[in-house]
Design a protein around this ligand. Structure first.
Ligand code: PEP
Length: 254
């Protein structure tokens, strides 16, 4: 059975103390309220990672992730953070290919393939984001875009490596806009993604791959989205900054 995951993406929010208090609220609520086998992943800025990983020790339902990692092992890349460093502080996941990184930092599928390789080499599980822009959807290119992002970003991986990938379908037009994809629109793409994985790696790996939906997900719309057969949880931006909302989304799987 594939894992159900709700991952929070704090983006560039929360100073150090704010982040610690938000996380301690999340841990306390998850501990008391979450009963299923789902996992919550909190992807914080780098400055919080070590402290959050320490706080999460012993709570198997909550793990930590970063929001980016460099493609190189180490070296003269002033201001960057390597996958090995991130893993060394206790993070398990790293978001790669978020549309904000693609848009504002020019991250291409080719670069993301290299980041994925380096992250996996150092024991991090990538939450690999894919998704079309509004123009691409309106010109009926969304399936082609998704297929290209998969082919160029992750389909070079061996089966053994691909099994550590979590995919997140995030239509760019739904991120931070309050405009959610309908559950039918999301399910249609998630089913397509699973078919593409099956064509590349076979049915068993496709059935075991966790595919998250992201884009203005809230406690209100999550139940219908997560009830779709190919939606295995969510990548949550805005709503992950409020402990009550985030935990209510995690609890959808209770
Ligand atoms: C995201 O940034 O991954 C995201 C889904 O953001 P939001 O939930 O705010 O749309």
């Amino acid at each position: 059975m594939r894992k159900k995951i709700v991952a929070g993406n704090w983006k560039m929010n929360m100073d150090y103390n704010e982040g610690l208090s938000l996380f301690s609220e999340v841990i306390n609520m998850v501990k008391d309220e979450v009963t299923g086998s789902q996992q919550a992943v909190v992807c914080s800025p780098f400055i919080h990672l070590h402290s959050l990983a320490q706080m999460a020790k012993g709570y198997h339902k909550v793990v930590i992730g970063a929001q980016n990692a460099h493609q190189a092992e180490s070296g003269a890349y002033t201001g960057e953070t390597s996958a090995k460093m991130i893993h060394s502080v206790g993070a398990e996941y790293v978001i790669l290919g978020h549309s904000e990184r693609r848009q504002y930092f020019g991250e291409t599928n080719e670069l993301l393939a290299r980041k994925t390789d380096t992250a996996l080499k150092h024991g991090l599980k990538p939450i690999f984001c894919i998704g079309e822009t509004l123009t691409e959807r309106e010109s009926d290119q969304h399936f082609d875009i998704i297929k290209t992002q998969l082919t160029e970003g992750v389909f070079h991986l061996s089966e053994a490596h691909f099994e550590h990938i979590v995919l997140a379908y995030e239509p760019v037009w739904a991120i931070g806009t309050g405009k959610t994809a309908t559950s039918q629109q999301a399910q249609e793409i998630h089913a397509f993604i699973r078919i593409e994985i099956a064509a590349k790696y076979g049915q068993e790996i496709a059935a075991n791959t966790t595919i998250l939906y992201g884009g203005s997900c809230t406690p209100k719309n999550a139940p219908e989205l997560f009830a779709q057969p190919d939606i295995d949880g969510g990548l949550i931006g805005g709503a992950s900054l409020k402990s009550r909302d985030f935990v209510d989304i995690v609890k959808v799987f209770n």
